[in-house]
Design a protein around this ligand. Structure first.
Ligand code: F6P
Length: 352
């Protein structure tokens, strides 16, 4: 078969491992041929591609980013976007597409599937919040990066008797904040799922310091919300991407000011930003991404189109794209209870 591959949306470590696994299994076991479309759906709209053979994927397993590059291009926001995608697929005589991306990229894949394109999805989101799958690759790497950052922030916080507020990714779901906060021993973890009362946060820090601690670490997801803020997250500016998402960021600075004014403890903000998405994938993510890639190419050859490779109970299974994009997988109560159980009166997950 002749198969097209693309990576869409925000990058994350492990994308290259997926591409490599798809191409290797396709070439070795199915005699497939591959075309890589560049920069997400833009590659199909503008007919930008590169050949993907064994040489092209050699050596890419440990590399972050994506050799196909990526973008947040939305065909429904471009003139004749879908028609141009279809025309490029026909021009290259593509039998099937593999789209690696999050809910935005996969919602486009679903629309193309409805128009008759044979497409299989691979889940990708650093936020780990795609529905229907237990974990997405890149998330483990991000948590390791954040955990190391929290460890480092700990020593400087301790040296200066400071409160440090660490802002991490997580637009709608607080998985990175929760996992890295637990792993890094944070004192307060704030996530989008539970708007928080800043007075309570300040009070819990004050109590901790009264008990003889001189520093505190707060981990906050970029999408966390002040309970008094009409449910709106803190944004960098009013701009939105082609899928309508605001540019989040800045909550750590706001929160640091609020904590300092209430507690009078010197407070600093650290924004980890895209450092969390850069660099080499962890061993766990390399294996997970490889399994997703192998699952996806097998799905193509089983004609499971309109479906996505998913991880469930440590097995790669096939679920419909519709199910995957139907809702975000947010932090559940069971996970929140784990964090609640870790603290006496001093720590809190937002909104208790
Ligand atoms: O959707 C994944 C994500 O990393 C979010 O956590 C973050 O808000 C956003 O992407 C950042 O997007 P960009 O790379 O376009 O700045």
């Amino acid at each position: 078969m002749k198969i097209g591959i693309l990576t869409g949306g925000g990058d994350c470590p492990g994308l290259n491992a997926v591409i490599r696994a798809v191409v290797r299994k396709g070439v070795f076991h199915y005699e497939d041929e591959f075309v890589g479309f560049l920069e997400g759906w833009r590659g199909l709209i503008e007919d930008q591609s590169m050949p993907l053979d064994l040489d092209a994927v050699s050596g890419i397993l440990p590399r972050g980013g994506t050799i196909l590059r990526t973008s947040r291009t939305n065909p429904s926001k471009r003139p004749d976007g879908f028609d141009r995608c279809m025309a490029t697929i026909q021009k290259h005589k593509i039998d099937a597409m593999i789209a690696i991306g999050g809910d935005d990229t996969l919602s486009v894949a679903q629309k193309l599937h409805e128009k008759g394109v044979k497409v299989v999805g691979v889940p990708k989101t650093i936020d780990n919040d795609l529905g229907g799958t237990d974990y997405t690759f890149g998330f483990d790497t991000a948590c390791n990066i954040v955990c190391e950052a929290i460890d480092r922030v700990h020593t400087t916080a301790e040296a200066h008797n400071r409160v440090m507020v660490v802002e991490v990714m997580g637009r709608d779901a607080g998985w990175i904040a929760l996992y890295s906060g637990i792993a890094g021993g944070a004192d307060v973890i704030l996530i989008p799922e539970r708007p928080f009362d800043v007075d309570k946060v300040a009070e819990s820090i004050r109590q901790r310091h009264e008990r003889g601690r001189y520093f505190s670490i707060v981990v906050v997801a970029e999408g966390a919300k002040f309970a008094t803020g009409a449910g709106a997250p803190v944004v960098q500016d009013m701009g939105k991407d082609e899928f309508g998402h605001a540019k989040l960021g800045g909550i750590a600075n706001t929160l640091a000011r609020e904590i300092e004014s209430r507690t009078k403890f010197e407070t600093r903000a650290v924004v980890l930003g895209h450092i969390q998405r850069g660099g080499s994938p962890s061993a766990f993510d390399r294996v997970l991404a490889t399994r997703y890639g192998l699952g996806a190419i097998d799905m193509v050859h089983r004609s499971e189109f309109g479906c996505m490779a998913a991880l469930r109970a440590n097995k790669i299974v096939s679920i419909t794209l519709k199910e995957a994009i139907s809702k975000n997988r947010v932090v559940d109560n069971e996970m929140i209870e784990i964090v609640d159980g870790l603290f006496e009166e001093i720590g809190e997950v937002a909104g208790k």
